[in-house]
Design a protein around this ligand. Sequence first.
Ligand code: FES
Length: 122
Amino acid sequence: MKSIAELEEIRKKTLEKISLRTNADGIRVVVGMATCGIAAGARPVMNAFVEEINKRSLNNVSVSMTGCIGVCKLEPVVEVIDKDGNKTTYVKMTAEKAARVVVEHIVNGQVCLDLTIGAVEK
Ligand code: FES
C-alpha cells in the first residue's frame, strides 16, 4: 500500500505527463477512459495524442480524459472540440489513428471523416 504522499506524487506526475492544460481558446482532445475504454486500448491512444502534440509543440491543444461516453462497442472514443465548441467524435481509435488525427485534423483542419462515429454507424 502506498502512502498518501506517494499517491499525491504519482497524481502530480501523471497530470504533468498528460499535459492537462486548460485553455479557453484552444482545441480540446477528450479521451474516454471508462473501464471499457481502457480495456479497448484508450491508454496508448491518449499517450499517442500527448506525444504527437508535444512533439509538434502545439501549445493551444489540451488533452484530458473523461469517463463513460456511452458507446462501449466503439471504444476507444475520442472527442476533438474546436475553439468554437464544434465536436468531432472519433471511434475505435488506435495510437496510429491518433497520430493521424493530430496531423490532419488538429494541424491541418481536415476532419478524418472515415474515423468518425458517423462513418462507422452508417
Ligand atoms: S461503460 Fe462503456 S461507454 Fe460507458
